[in-house]
Write a protein of this length. Structure first.
Length: 396
C-alpha cells in the first residue's frame, strides 16, 4: 500500500525526489504527441479488463451519516468527509470493510482549529492527519483521534490544493493561487510535514503564463463572473507523479533515477490557441494513459461551457482514441470517467475511488441492472444509506 521512504536533503534539492515502487512500470518509449483539435476514432473499454474492482458499503448509523467524499485511504482506515459550502467540519474514519470507527471535528475559531475543511491527508506511519484549510491558508496537524499537534501556513500568497503525502517527511502540493496571477511562477512544491517550509520547487518550463480561469464582464448587469476549466494537474501514478501546467505544451512524469521525463506533448501549442484547449492527465496504467481536453469557453447566461473530450493513449497499440470506459457490474454498462469526478491516490495498489449513491444503486437493482457483489450490496441498502465506495486497483 502506501510507501514511506526517507529522502535525503541532497537528493531532494537535486530533483523533485521521486521513488520507484514494487509495481512494474512501463519503460519509456519516447513522448506521445496529442493533437487537441483532432477527431480520434472511438474505443470502448471495460473497467474490469484492466482494473480490479472492489465495493465497500459504508456503515450507516445515526453517528455515521456522510456524503462520503473520500479524503484518503490507508492500510487500515478510510477517511471521508461531507461536502458543502459551509463545511460542517466532520471527519469520518471507517475501517477497510466500511465499519464506522470514529468521527472527529476540530472546526472552530481557536488556534488549534480549522475554519474550513478542504482536504484531509493521512500519514499512517506517523499517525497524523493533515487538514488543509484554504480559508486561512494553513495546514493543521492532528493525530488519528483528533488531538492537535501543530499547524503551519501555506507559502505567502499561496493556496495549496491539492496536497498529497509524498514521503515520511514531506508533502507534495500544487499552488492553486498561481492560476489567478499572470506572473510566471512555479506551481508544484515539496513541503516539510514538520513546519511547512519549502523543501523543493518543481519547475515546469513554459514561455508565457496561461490560466484556466475565464473571467467575463456583463456590462448590463455591472457584474464580473469567473469560472475555471481546471482539472487535476498533479496526478499520482504508482508512487510517482504526473505533472501538468496549463502554460506548458508538455506533460511530465517522474522516473526512478530522479529525472523529470516528458511523456506527452500537445499540439497545437497552447501559445497559438484562442480560446485555449487544455490537455489534462487522468488515471495512468501500464497500458492506458487517460486524458481529457477542456476548451476555455463558457456561456455564463446559459451556464454551459468548458466542453470536454475524453481521450486515451493505448500504449500497446500506440494509438489515441476517444474512449468510453464501462463498468461491467452494471448490465447497462455504466460509464466511468477516468479523469474527472474521481478521487486519485498516491498508492501502489489503489488507482482511484468513485462514490456510488445508495438511491441510484437501489433503483438500478430494482431494474435488474446490477450483477455480482454490487447486486448483493445494493439489496441491503435503503434510501438513507451512506454511499458505496468503488475502489479501482491496479492489476498485478
Amino acid at each position: 500500500m502506501k510507501r514511506s521512504t526517507t529522502i535525503s536533503a541532497a537528493i531532494l534539492f537535486m530533483i523533485s525526489g521521486f521513488i520507484g515502487c514494487n509495481q512494474p512500470k512501463p519503460k519509456s518509449e519516447g513522448f506521445i504527441t496529442v493533437d487537441v483539435t483532432a477527431t480520434y476514432p472511438k474505443k470502448e473499454l471495460i473497467l474490469q479488463d484492466f482494473m480490479d474492482v472492489e465495493y465497500i458499503p459504508l456503515e450507516s448509523t445515526d453517528s455515521f451519516i456522510t456524503m462520503a467524499h473520500v479524503q484518503d485511504i490507508g492500510e487500515d482506515v478510510i477517511i471521508v468527509r461531507n461536502r458543502n459550502r459551509s463545511s460542517d467540519g466532520n471527519i469520518f474514519i471507517f475501517d477497510k470493510k466500511g465499519k464506522g470507527l470514529r468521527k472527529i471535528n476540530r472546526q472552530g475559531a481557536g488556534g488549534e482549529e480549522y475554519t474550513f475543511l478542504l482536504k484531509v491527508i493521512l500519514d499512517e506511519d506517523n499517525n497524523e492527519l493533515f487538514v488543509n484549510d484554504h480559508y486561512v491558508n494553513k495546514i493543521f496537524v492532528y493525530d488519528q483521534f483528533g488531538k492537535f499537534k501543530r499547524s503551519f501556513s501555506h507559502k505567502e500568497g499561496g493556496i495549496y490544493n491539492p496536497v498529497y503525502n509524498f514521503d515520511e517527511d514531506n508533502l507534495i502540493c500544487l499552488d492553486y493561487a498561481s492560476d489567478f496571477d499572470l506572473k510566471p511562477k512555479n506551481r508544484f512544491f515539496i513541503i516539510s510535514k514538520e513546519d511547512g517550509r519549502i523543501v523543493k520547487e518543481i519547475q515546469i518550463p513554459f514561455k508565457d503564463k496561461k490560466t484556466t480561469v475565464l473571467t467575463l464582464t456583463d456590462a448590463a448587469k455591472g457584474i464580473t463572473i469567473s469560472n475555471s476549466a481546471r482539472n487535476e494537474e498533479l496526478i499520482p501514478y504508482l508512487g510517482d507523479w504526473v505533472l501538468m501546467d496549463p502554460s506548458s505544451d508538455t506533460i511530465y512524469k517522474s522516473e526512478p533515477d530522479f529525472s523529470m521525463t516528458p511523456i506527452i506533448v500537445r499540439t497545437p501549442s497552447i501559445e497559438s490557441m484562442i480560446p485555449e484547449i487544455f490537455l489534462f492527465p487522468g488515471v495512468f496504467t501500464d497500458r492506458y494513459y487517460f486524458l481529457q481536453t477542456v476548451k476555455k469557453e463558457y456561456n455564463f447566461t446559459t451556464d454551459i461551457g468548458f466542453p470536454r473530450t475524453d481521450l486515451v493513449y493505448d500504449r500497446q497499440e500506440k494509438a489515441i482514441y476517444e474512449y468510453t470506459v464501462l463498468n461491467a457490474d452494471f448490465s447497462t454498462k455504466k460509464p466511468v470517467n477516468m479523469v474527472y469526478d474521481i478521487k486519485l491516490f498516491n498508492d501502489d495498489e489503489i488507482a482511484f475511488v468513485q462514490r456510488l449513491e445508495a438511491p441510484d444503486l437501489i433503483e438500478a437493482n430494482e431494474n435488474g441492472e446490477l450483477k455480482g457483489k454490487l447486486k448483493e450490496i445494493a439489496s441491503t441498502l435503503d434510501e438513507e444509506s451512506n454511499p458505496v465506495l468503488m475502489l479501482a486497483r491496479y492489476k498485478k
